[in-house]
Ligand binder design. Structure first.
Ligand code: DHB
Length: 350
């Protein structure tokens, strides 16, 4: 590697990413629309839309509302069901060379376990992201995400059903995000994704009723970025598993702020609706910023604004260990021995 090259690779709870930028679940479907704009293999991973055991048509329209600096959605977990995701979407994503993380959503512990079991040995699946926090369905997934004991149960049953790395996506709609993070980490989460959407509402004044048929929806976009950043910063101080940060990231500088807060990787969601190449712009922007600043390895940048960081700098193997057959990226690199000290920083920041 020449002095000017920057290594962007990170390993997030056993999922090896070529760079720290992934799609936020729900905002890229299965990647088909975005593949018209850029090769999906340019990203660290494609995190697919929440997958349920049975197919779901989702909620009646309207399903999205624009808000100041953001949007509300109420999709209702529309998806073709896990069996079709396995037979149609994952093979297609593999053909694209994408690293694949499958987001799953269940309505019971049994469903989470069954989803994890069905995806366990599917070729090309590098990890699962457990969505324990969909705000937009009956029997809300939120019942799992608002209490540490139920969140722990979901992770435990999924952990028993699969050797795949488990990222657990937390909801911000809780009193103490640190407590939730600790609970899922203790139960076997390999990484924590946060934040999911904040519950919000828009009202049509003339119609005198909420715009979304279910009343509330999930708020995303730049409006929630400061909330997300604070929660990532906090969680990175209380758990020893890596954090995937998300919430309103629209530019490379936004992403860099999440890395500085302690996220080992970031997810781009709502920004892709107005700029379909946002995620790739962010990969390139991170790389050029780090090069300008004299960093040769993105891992050296993680957590630099968070003196009490406990989360690692993007180098942890999954505790469950690689499953038989391994992930498509090949064997994981050894854990970085210098995780406690800045890595690859040649000239220092600034
Ligand atoms: C859905 C919406 C969300 O904001 C979310 O976090 C998960 C799922 C949905 O309605 O499908």
């Amino acid at each position: 590697m020449t002095a000017r090259e920057v290594s962007l690779a990170v390993e997030v709870g056993g999922v090896r990413l070529k760079n720290p930028v992934v799609t936020a679940s729900g905002c890229a479907g299965y990647g088909r629309e975005y593949a018209r704009f850029y090769p999906l293999a340019r990203l660290g991973a494609v995190v697919v839309k929440s997958t349920t055991l049975e197919p779901r048509l989702g909620n009646p329209p309207p399903r999205v509302v624009e808000t100041p600096a953001g949007m509300l959605n109420s999709i209702g977990l529309q998806n073709p069901g896990v069996d079709r995701v396995i037979s149609e979407e994952i093979p297609w994503l593999r053909e694209q060379g994408a690293t694949i993380v499958v987001n799953v959503a269940g309505f019971s512990l049994r469903e989470y376990a069954e989803l994890a079991r069905r995806l366990d040995r599917v070729e090309g699946v590098s990890g699962l992201e457990l969505n324990i926090s969909c705000p937009n369905v009956e029997r809300q997934g939120t019942s799992f995400c608002t209490r540490p004991d139920t969140a722990r149960d979901v992770v435990r049953v999924a952990r028993e059903a699969t050797g795949l790395p488990l990222w657990v996506k937390l909801s911000p709609n809780v009193a103490d995000i640190g407590e939730m993070a600790q609970a899922v980490a203790e139960a076997g989460a390999d990484a924590i994704s946060l934040i999911n959407t904040l519950v919000g509402m828009a009202i049509d004044v003339d119609a005198r009723r909420p715009v979304l048929p279910r009343g509330t929806g999930g708020l995303s976009g730049p409006a929630i970025r400061p909330v997300a950043l604070a929660m990532v910063y906090r969680v990175a101080q209380v758990v020893e598993v890596p954090v995937v940060g998300m919430g309103g990231i629209a530019t490379a500088r936004d992403a860099l702020a999440f890395l500085l807060a302690g996220a080992s990787a970031v997810a781009v969601g709502t920004a892709s609706f107005s700029n379909p190449v946002a995620a790739v712009d962010i990969v390139e922007g991170i790389e050029s910023y780090l090069r300008e600043q004299g960093f040769s390895d993105v891992r050296a940048f993680v957590g630099l604004a968070n003196p009490d960081l406990r989360a690692p700098r993007g180098v942890t193997p999954a505790r469950a260990g690689p499953r038989p057959g391994g992930s498509p990226g090949g064997p994981a690199p050894p854990a970085c021995p210098a995780a406690e000290t800045p890595l690859g920083q040649e000239e220092g920041p600034g």
